[in-house]
Design a protein around this ligand. Sequence first.
Ligand SMILES: *[C@@H]1O[C@H](CO)[C@@H](O)[C@H](O)[C@H]1NC(C)=O
Ligand SMILES: *[C@@H]1O[C@H](CO)[C@@H](O)[C@H](O)[C@H]1NC(C)=O
Length: 410
Amino acid sequence: MKWLVIVLVLIYLTESAIRIPLIRFKTIRRILGERNKLEEFLLHHNSDTFARKYNSCYPSEVLMIRDVGVTSEHLSNYMDAQYYGEISIGTPPQTFAVVFDTGSSNLWVPSSYCVSEACQLHQRFQSFFSSSYSPRGNSFTIRYGTGQLMGVLGKDKVTIGNITVNGQEFGESVYEPGSTFTLAHFDGILGLGYPSLAEGGAIPVFDRMMYQNLLEEPIFSVLINREADSENGGELFLGGIDHSRYTGSINWVSVSQKGYWQIEVQNITFRNTVVCRNGCSAIVDTGTSLIAGPYTSLRTMFPDHPEMELGMGEIIVDCKKLPVLPDLTFTIGGVEYTLEAEDYIKKFQEEKAVCLYGIQAINVYSSKGPLWILGDVFLAKFYTIFDRGNDRVGFAKSRHSLDSRESTED
Ligand SMILES: *[C@@H]1O[C@H](CO)[C@@H](O)[C@H](O)[C@H]1NC(C)=O
Ligand SMILES: *[C@@H]1O[C@H](CO)[C@@H](O)[C@H](O)[C@H]1NC(C)=O
């Protein structure tokens, strides 16, 4: 269980942009899968079952379980999240491991008042020890696909690297249902989406950083390391673009809807199959590890895999087939982004090698129709720049293996 150990996080500094190393852990889905508990888990975390079971636990003012719909159907249910970094909250600082998630916009960590099993196993914020803390007095609930988390909002200093944001709203969860977060190796989530996705009227951390002029540029960039067995997950770079992390040029595409980082895809090809032929929307989501697409599209793409079920996640493929598997190409802004089999197949060395498609079926809709999700499988190949100043996303070919440079910097 060596992956349980939280690795010391080092912060590298350059000008007024900061590097936050990302650490990789096993996903909740994988842990459940290894314990043969995935199906059972999905069964019990069906949202109806969930609502019936837990409704009575909520204070009446937070009883409104939000419609499963456009923004509330939270894509990143964190079952597949696997990259975390460290932040601190309060004075003196209390440290938390968080998922930097472009698919949501709130910051939350467990509260010391939380008695749920999931909270017991994680760092919990102790507001009474922080001299800079102030309560906001309202409660919040966050749906995460199959469950719901609830808590109270407060304000405090939040530090990421050497950037300190003052008066940052964040949620302290007092109730974390189910086993999802019990198994998580992160304490909380730091949402990097647009303010329109934020619950409870909270201004997202990155927006506060912009307002407080803490960044050189209103941009953050993400490098995801694709070495599946390494703990070095990559890097979040706040305040600019790290030009050493990609090769070639950056291609930009406008954000088409400012909530998630949503963009338009012109078409998607796989073998001789073209899906999304007349265009479709996709979100660029660091909080999701796979590429996900609408069930009907995936059925067309994988006719020989009838076992591909909605929400069941990854399907197994014979590792010997890797050399003959087709490329998966997304055309975005007239540029083709091609993933070869070795990019979209996740290979695990256990007793024998296990290969899984890093692609799953999920039905999520926006006002522009069904959404595709470009998660870490896509982001590992393409260095991604999130530009709030110009509301656009930039992709370039990632350059990995800079580990030697990092070790000379500290
Ligand atoms: C963070 O550290 C870098 C390098 O020391 C510095 O240039 C930058 O101004 C610092 N940022 C803040 C917000 O203090
Ligand atoms: C995909 O879209 C691009 C850009 O519009 C177009 O040039 C290309 O022919 C399309 N490919 C297919 C297979 O439709």
